[in-house]
Design a protein around this ligand. Structure first.
Ligand code: ZN
Length: 366
């Protein structure tokens, strides 16, 4: 099996990086389509517009409606084509960036992505996660290439909501464990090849960086300030985790996350919060050593990631077990990444692992 590593052509990170967007965009195009949601547009629209003008790049700005759905991709694609832009710039959270990738792919144009949050590892990857208009998981769109440029302004992210920053650590937390499981099973990764030493090492670096810097970074973001720990966590959440999941493999944690998206009670949760609980569940599925489980539990509790069903919004009642079974069945659907685990996984096993993870989380908290 061939090993494949894929990544964006350029990754740029630092304070006030957004004010350099014109310089980097100019490499790709003279007329660009810019999408961002209303909030982001108000926050940095002027800075982006000024930087583009400084580098003689003309632009058409369009407001993103908030969901990376098939209908939104179609709507924006039509506007893009009417304006004959030569590249797509997406600025915002994971859903904005995923939509920008889809729109650019449909039009066969280069992509510049600027995440304003470090809440997921979506920015660097050659895929989008599609949701229905009601926010349910709808599938993955895979592209032949990664974004051309990923530009991360750490001053913006340092001022982002703490919960989203922590959620990014939840998404990054699964990277190493999913990569380890998937590579043990010799599976194909999202990059379409086997896991390389590079992919696995970045995934491990991601986990080590979270443990070393996560809590310090969380405290700094609570204070709304930039520190070296914040810079390092932004790199871990975005780059290490991004290359790690794509070129080293996904497994149970993300499939279990997808299962939880089917529950109404969990819709208020961010991606990484569900992934963190999915990670705990995966570790129980694979009967990971107690020491490792305890390190992960400690980390989650310290930074504020959910470790119990109650923290996920699920209360003990007569329907709970039925709902958990529904999560387990969905996580084992055909084509799900849970089948990248190095052993056969059944819904019954996932159901048991979720309840055991919840029990362990409760024990850890109280
Ligand atoms: Zn993820």
């Amino acid at each position: 099996m061939l090993k494949v590593i894929q990544s964006p052509s350029k990754y740029i990170q630092g304070p006030d990086a957004i004010s350099h967007i014109g310089q980097y965009t100019k490499i790709l195009a003279d007329h660009v389509f810019v999408i961002a949601d209303n909030f982001v547009m108000n926050l940095i629209g002027d800075t982006v517009s000024k930087s583009l003008k400084e580098h003689q790049v003309t632009s058409h700005f369009e407001v993103f409606n908030g969901e990376c759905s098939r209908s939104e991709i179609q709507r924006l694609s039509a506007i893009l084509s009417n304006n004959q832009c030569q590249a797509v710039i997406g600025i915002g959270g994971g859903k904005t960036l995923d939509t920008a990738k889809a729109v650019a792919h449909e039009a066969k144009l280069p992509t510049v992505l600027s995440p304003t949050l470090a809440s997921t590892d979506a920015p660097t990857s050659a895929l989008s996660v599609l949701y229905t208009e009601l926010g349910k998981f709808d599938g993955y769109l895979l592209y032949p290439k990664n974004p051309d440029i990923v530009l991360v302004d750490t001053s913006i992210i340092a001022k982002s909501p703490v919960r989203l920053f922590v959620s990014g650590m939840g998404d990054a937390l699964s990277t190493y464990f999913e990569a380890r499981a998937s590579s043990t099973a010799h599976n194909l990764t999202m990059a379409g090849g086997g896991t390389s030493l590079t992919g696995l090492t970045l995934a491990k670096l991601c986990y080590d960086t979270l443990l070393a810097e996560g809590f310090k970074a969380k405290l700094a973001v609570e204070a709304g300030v930039m520190t070296p720990a914040v810079e390092n966590i932004i790199e871990a959440n975005t780059y290490h985790s991004g290359i790690g999941f794509e070129s080293a493999g996904l497994a149970a944690a993300h499939a279990i996350h997808n299962g939880f998206t089917t529950l109404e009670e969990c819709h208020h949760l961010y991606h990484g919060e569900k992934v963190a609980f999915g990670t705990l569940t995966q570790l129980i599925l694979e009967n990971s050593p107690s020491e490792e489980l305890e390190t992960v539990l400690d980390f989650c509790v310290q930074v504020g990631l959910p470790v119990t069903l109650e923290q996920l919004g699920l209360r003990e009642n007569e329907n709970l077990h039925k709902k958990i079974m529904q999560v387990a069945i969905t996580s084992c659907a055909e084509g799900e990444t849970i089948h990248n685990m190095p052993f056969t996984v059944t819904p019954e096993q996932v159901y048991a692992a979720i309840l055991a993870a919840d029990r362990m989380g409760k024990d850890w908290l109280y």
